[in-house]
Design a protein around this ligand. Structure first.
Ligand code: GLY
Length: 370
């Protein structure tokens, strides 16, 4: 086992560690024994069929070594599983497995698995211990950290949920080897986001690591996951409930990003691809409003070095995007966006004029929208 970094989300009695390393999944029992977690007797392991086929057996054998009786609950992969119906099935499964409040729910998977399992863990008997083993790059650098759990409604994403912090996050970069290429590449957008928001937190700049990252070299992955997770942990520690405006900076690139995903019915863009385009759009608006010169060009250089898209893959008409931007649950009747005065200086700007948004979009799409 190689433990590269041990970080901490500091939230008083809800504080917890994030372990970043390699071979952590294969040697989970050693890690748990070393750290003296509570001696759980039973665990329900939530995973999806893709991840389960690759890693469930390994995890079950580690749980067995820990003397934990484990019950796997496998869901179809994809966003459709993040539903109240699936939460209901999972809660029934927890009840039928006779899980007690002193037992454990384990999430082995990406964001969908983590959000669903965390939500069920929060509401089952008013809370069982919850351990996250994130298997996607986005989950390792973002969604597994900070306790946002929940499911979607037909009316919108993440409309039912709760803040519920895990007992630990165990991020094993070995599992990133098996991610499909497009998914892996698109996830680098969330990593790029951290380098725009907090450039000083990087010992080696992301630009310097781009080639190794494209090749999924382990040392680069360890360093990038640890740095990104550390930035997220710090932001969450300052604003656990997302009410002080500090955590909201994580929405950089997400105003246009979410609108592009919604306007194309979640069938065209992977989340990271939409965020990549959205960050460039935010950089364009930042330049217009604050003369942060050269920001777009610097964004383009980093994003293209990570093989991320610089233009909409499909460009819906602006009217449609604008409606989605206004419907965003954080919009409150006007468009607020996270902008950058420069790298490392984010700010939230409210009441951005429609005209400016439209102009930037048009220039951005080369004057065309389809
Ligand atoms: N992914 C944004 C947040 O955790 O606040």
């Amino acid at each position: 086992m190689k433990l590269f970094s041990e970080l901490r989300v500091n939230l008083g009695e809800r504080s917890y560690p994030i372990f970043v390393g390699s071979s952590l999944l294969r040697e989970l029992s050693d890690l748990v024994a070393e750290r003296g977690f509570r001696g759980w007797k039973k665990a329900v392991v939530v995973t999806d069929l893709n991840v389960g086929a690759l890693y469930l057996e390994t995890l079950l054998s580690e749980l067995e070594k820990m003397g934990i009786q484990a019950f796997p609950f496998q869901i179809p992969p994809g966003e459709k599983s993040k539903s109240l119906q699936m939460a209901y099935e999972l809660l029934k499964f927890l009840a039928n497995s006779s899980l007690s409040r002193r037992d454990l729910v384990v999430a082995l998977g990406g964001g969908v698995v983590g959000d669903l399992a965390g939500f069920a863990s929060c509401v089952f008997k008013r809370g069982t211990d919850f351990l996250v083993l994130p298997t996607s790059l986005v989950a390792q650098v973002d969604s597994s950290i900070g306790g946002k759990t929940g499911v979607n409604l037909p009316e919108g994403k993440n409309l039912v949920g709760a803040f519920y912090q895990p007992v630990a996050v165990v991020s094993d970069v070995d599992v990133l080897e098996t991610l499909p290429q497009r998914e892996y590449l698109s996830s680098l957008a969330e990593v790029a986001k951290y380098s725009f928001l907090k450039p000083n937190s990087w010992k080696t700049s992301l630009a310097e690591l781009s080639r190794e990252l494209l090749e999924r070299q382990k040392e680069a992955l360890l360093s990038v996951v640890a740095t990104s997770a550390g930035i997220k942990a710090h932001i969450v520690s300052e604003d656990e409930w997302d009410i002080k405006g500090k955590r909201a900076i994580l929405n950089y690139g997400h105003t246009l990003g979410h609108a592009l995903e919604a306007a194309t019915e979640y069938g065209t863009y992977l989340h990271g691809e939409a965020v990549s385009v959205g960050m460039l759009y935010a950089a364009c608006i930042s330049e217009e409003l604050m003369l942060s010169e050269g920001l777009s060009a610097r964004h383009q250089r980093l994003l293209s070095s990570l093989s991320l898209p610089l233009k909409p893959l499909v460009a819906p008409p602006f009217d449609r995007l604008f409606t989605h931007m206004l419907q965003d649950k954080k919009a409150a009747g006007e468009i607020s966006m996270v902008l950058l005065e420069s790298e490392g200086k984010p700010l939230i700007k409210s009441g951005i004029e429609r005209e400016l948004l439209e102009e930037c979009y048009a220039s951005f799409c080369g004057g065309e929208s389809t």
